[in-house]
Design a protein around this ligand. Structure first.
Ligand code: AOS
Ligand code: ZN
Ligand code: ZN
Ligand code: ZN
Length: 430
């Protein structure tokens, strides 16, 4: 039996107030799209099968290396994080899975945790290992690296942790492990750039060998931070070569914030898919680096172009198209639930816009080198306000038409502020 956290009556009564306006806007947009030969219901239908994972760590307030400002009522452990994810899911209806992070999330009895998630209407997505910091009472330190460490004993410990994550993930019903490492250097000469990659490949192969059938190993590249001169898996090229060497179950994960400024990420999407290595995404937005700001808040056009490539990739080869979508953000100054709701909406909106692109016309313009009309074909889709389609799909799935308003009316956070213990300013920095 599933018991979602918010009152159904509240959502229904707020939806009742918003429904007439939504229907009016949906039908009016429907007429606009019909004149372009596009059926709004078909777009909505595609949205009905679109979903994203939430990061367990995204439910807590994030911070920077300078400070973290706790929020009264934020979750303090996985049980409470799941509750908050369930709130997001109940309102948005496109975030039914949660991606846990070990050892940040203490699982205890995995079967009980799975039951708890199921009772809240949630499932578990990719497990995340953590060898970028030392856990309390850990035997050997990751100060100078983990999977690529010079000392074989440290590498073995890091491999072991990843394998443990896979085992816990199996019990949780997960199907993938995401591996992001902090390994790299701060000084030229600090490490051999060649040997550190060799060591990584050797360790990664041991993790790969422990993958159950049907599982994926997602390699997440990142060009800097915490290492500031070089990182071992710095870019999609390194990630791709590693994934190719590891085998078919290894694929690449793109965190939108993990590239140098102005890198053409949509092209990376097309490249990875072309070679069967597009594993998944960590959605967020950024202005300068791995800022982990809310999806679509800074550069919604880039998000649209990424989805444009995704829609194209799926059309090209539907059989091997199965990227894992997840939000990976640090909510430092907002209520994390509101950021997750807003981001889920932005991501679904980018997808909806990409679905509006007239593919046949685009191909024709591209083929005929009609540069301006090819561009206009994308522009026309991007310019559409898709809010009514996204909201109608959400409503039909049982969610709230206005998610943030419903969340605020529910009084969830003030209630949790009375129930949950306070967190500290130093803890839980992501
Ligand atoms: C780190 O920069 C990466 O984005 C990882 O995905 C990381 O594990 C996650 O953000 C939690 O810190
Ligand atoms: Zn990430
Ligand atoms: Zn990151
Ligand atoms: Zn990021």
């Amino acid at each position: 039996p599933t018991a979602p956290p918010l009152s159904r009556d509240l959502i229904d009564s707020l939806n009742a107030q918003n429904l007439a306006a939504l229907q009016d806007e949906y039908h009016s947009l429907g007429r606009v799209l019909e004149r372009r030969g596009c059926a709004i219901d078909a777009i909505k239908q595609r949205l009905l099968s679109f979903s994203l994972a939430q990061p367990s760590w995204g439910t807590g307030v994030g911070g920077t290396r300078f400070a973290r400002f706790p929020l009264a009522g934020e979750p303090t452990h996985l049980n409470e994080k799941l509750e908050d994810c369930a709130v997001v899911q109940q309102l948005s209806r496109i975030t039914p899975r949660v991606s846990p992070h070990f050892p940040w999330d203490k699982i205890g009895d995995a079967r009980a945790m799975l039951e708890r998630a199921t009772s809240l209407g949630l499932r578990f997505d990719a497990v995340n290992s953590n060898t970028f910091q030392d856990a309390p009472r850990q035997a050997l330190s990751y100060r100078h690296g983990s999977l690529a460490h010079t000392d074989a004993a440290v590498r073995a410990q890091a491999v072991e942790h990843n394998i443990e994550c896979i085992r816990v993930g199996e019990a949780l019903g997960s199907k993938a492990i995401t591996v992001w490492i902090g390994d790299g250097t701060n000084f030229p000469g600090q490490q051999s750039l060649a040997s550190s990659l060799d060591r990584y490949l050797e360790s990664a192969a041991q993790i790969y060998a422990a993958l159950p059938p049907g599982w994926s190993m997602l390699l997440e590249h990142k060009l800097y931070e915490p290492a500031f001169y070089s990182t071992v898996i710095s870019d999609w090229g390194s990630s791709m070569l590693a994934a190719q060497q590891l085998g078919p179950q290894a694929r690449c994960l793109i965190d939108l914030g993990h590239h140098a400024p102005n890198v053409n990420i949509e092209q990376i999407v097309a490249r990875l898919h072309r070679f069967g290595k597009l594993g998944g995404f960590h959605f967020n937005d950024s202005k300068y680096g791995d800022d982990d700001l809310d999806s679509g808040s800074i550069n919604p056009h880039q998000l649209f172009l990424v989805f444009n490539e995704l829609v194209e990739a799926e059309l090209r080869s539907p059989a091997d198209f199965d990227p894992a979508y997840m939000i990976d953000q640090s909510h430092n100054v907002t209520d994390p639930i509101e950021s997750l709701l807003s981001s889920a909406d932005a991501i679904a909106g980018a997808y909806a816009r990409a679905l509006l692109v007239d593919r046949a016309a685009l191909t024709e313009y591209q083929q005929g080198n009609d540069v301006m009309m090819a561009f206009q074909t994308l522009r026309r889709a991007y310019n559409v306000d898709v809010t009514p389609i996204v909201a109608m799909a959400r409503y039909e799935r049982g969610g709230a038409i206005d998610t943030i308003a419903a969340y605020r009316q529910s009084g969830w956070r003030p209630r949790k502020a009375r129930e949950r213990r306070a967190t500290s300013a130093g803890a839980g920095i992501v």
